[in-house]
Design a binder for this molecule. Structure first.
Ligand code: BG6
Length: 472
């Protein structure tokens, strides 16, 4: 059976981890611009330390990142050489509305993205665009406390409308919020939320989530009104939870851990809060402020497809003494059957097949894997080559799992590997955690020439795409 003829092979990046040029051409500051590389990073990300202003002496990786802002032509040419059918990136909201709520958009920001999408079009690459990949304009954080406030719904839908109108004809595939469930685990980096002493944090997070869900549904409505060919997706930080054992307590916990993440997608894909949400809200003493019409909006404007990131499966045990493993902030019990990456992330290709099947069984909507890959340390040999066979092995096994899932009957639209060109790691702010087919000369201290260099995986992925997933 194999991959469908029109399968969207490609790669993914995000504005805040690649563009740099953080104040250029009128761009405003964003939440990610305020997250330093060093020890304070975690406190800021979790919402425990509100970043009022830049801390002198700290290194802020997003400020220059890999300077995609000035290198995009060269980079897109390399993506085209690999044969990309699609390229996922995000728009920095603060390039379009520097403070988030001006009456008119910033023309320079619109010009940048117009040119960049035209560059993709030149090579027949279909952009897949995230409207908000973690980077909320700081203007909105200062004025409204970000997604804690309902005002954000209007700010976001106005921004989304401008994007749908200005990039109509250039962009057809849209995602509203990157990894929407991450706001539960990393509230500031996920959604610009920090906490006041004594606040019920669960109440704050789920209220913010409600605002995002309504904003996402309204954006979907507007996208379809502007062009009925637009396809809008949601985006989940994915990875199925396994029960650690067949102890029913482990099974029950794993189910509930999955539900915690899937509640967002349940709303975005099915159009209503799932039945189990009421018990969750009661247990956490959450009283959502739901306005008249909100539930109708959620119902009427579900997404067209479901996208997700997959790095690893997760594991749950009712025994609190079990050892934990690393991951992109969603902590999980260590699975003794799995190997781990240099950063302690577990490697589980079969878990991708399991996740794809579980999501498709649950939603029966097309799926899109928009992030997957191996963060690893790469060495440049004396002859200048980079032999990243470990990355090829990782990707090969995951692509095989996708193929199996297609055989299982899953409707899979496409696959964009994460960080197709090396970029700043979201969790740690490091450059040395590399995902790319293309190496970028820059280190964790921000030093380097920014020169681009193909790795061994570059030619390998080119063949994968050329053969539509047959030559692995
Ligand atoms: C996802 C994010 O959580 O994981 C990306 O959407 C992120 O922004 C990716 O980069 C990988 O995580 P990290 O920390 O290795 O960059």
């Amino acid at each position: 059976m194999g991959f469908p003829k029109d399968f969207l092979w490609g790669g993914a990046i995000a504005a805040n981890q690649a563009e740099g040029a953080y104040l250029e051409d009128g761009k405003g500051l964003t939440t990610v611009d305020m997250i330093p590389h060093g020890e304070k990073r975690m406190f800021v990300k979790l919402g425990d330390m509100y970043p009022v202003e830049e801390i002198p002496g700290e290194n802020y990786p997003s400020h220059e990142a890999i300077d995609f802002y000035h290198h995009y032509k060269e980079d897109i040419a390399l993506f085209a050489e690999m044969g990309f059918k699609t390229f996922r990136t995000s728009i920095a909201w603060a390039r379009i509305f520097p403070n988030g709520d001006e009456s008119k958009p910033n023309e320079a920001g619109i010009a940048f993205y117009t040119d960049m999408f035209k560059e993709c079009q030149k090579y027949g690459i279909e952009p897949l665009v995230t409207l908000c990949h973690f980077d909320v304009p700081m203007g909105l954080v200062r004025k409204y406390d970000s997604w804690k406030s309902r005002e954000m719904i209007d700010c976001f839908t106005k921004y989304a409308k401008v994007c749908f109108e200005k990039f109509d004809g250039l962009v057809k595939y849209w995602l509203t919020f990157n990894e929407i469930n991450i706001l539960l685990h990393s509230p500031f980096s996920g959604a610009g939320i920090s906490f006041q002493p004594g606040e019920n944090r669960e109440q704050v997070k789920y209220q913010a989530a409600h605002h995002e869900l309504v904003a996402s549904a309204l954006a979907t409505k507007i996208a379809h009104e502007i062009n009925p060919n637009n396809k809008v997706g949601c985006m989940l930080a994915g990875g199925q939870f396994y029960p650690y054992s067949c102890d029913p307590n482990d099974v029950w916990l794993a189910m509930n851990k999955d539900r915690e993440n899937l509640m967002f997608i349940d709303v975005q894909a099915r159009g209503y809060y799932p039945s189990y949400s009421q018990r969750v809200f009661k247990e956490k003493d959450i009283h959502l402020d739901i306005h008249d019409g909100d539930l109708e909006i959620l119902k009427q404007y579900p997404v067209d497809f479901i996208s997700f990131s997959y790095y690893q499966s997760r594991c749950a045990s009712a025994n609190p003494k079990m050892g934990m493993t690393d991951g992109n902030v969603v902590k999980s019990v260590k699975n003794p059957y799995l190997q781990t990456s240099d950063w302690g992330w577990q490697i589980d290709p079969l878990g991708l097949r399991i996740t794809l099947n579980a999501l498709y069984d649950r939603y029966q909507k097309p799926l899109f894997i928009v992030e997957n890959g191996l963060g690893a340390k790469d060495e440049i040999a004396e002859d200048g080559s980079i032999s990243d066979d470990y990355r090829i092995d990782y990707l090969r096994e995951h692509i095989k799992a996708m193929k199996d899932a297609i055989e299982d009957g899953v409707d899979l639209m496409g696959y964009t590997t994460w960080g197709c060109i090396d970029l700043v790691a979201a969790s740690t702010g490091e450059m040395s955690k590399r995902y790319g087919f293309i190496y970028v000369d820059k280190d964790d201290q921000g030093q380097g020439t920014l020169e681009r260099r193909k790795k061994k995986s570059f030619d390998w992925y080119k063949k994968v795409i050329e053969s539509n997933g047959e030559k692995l």
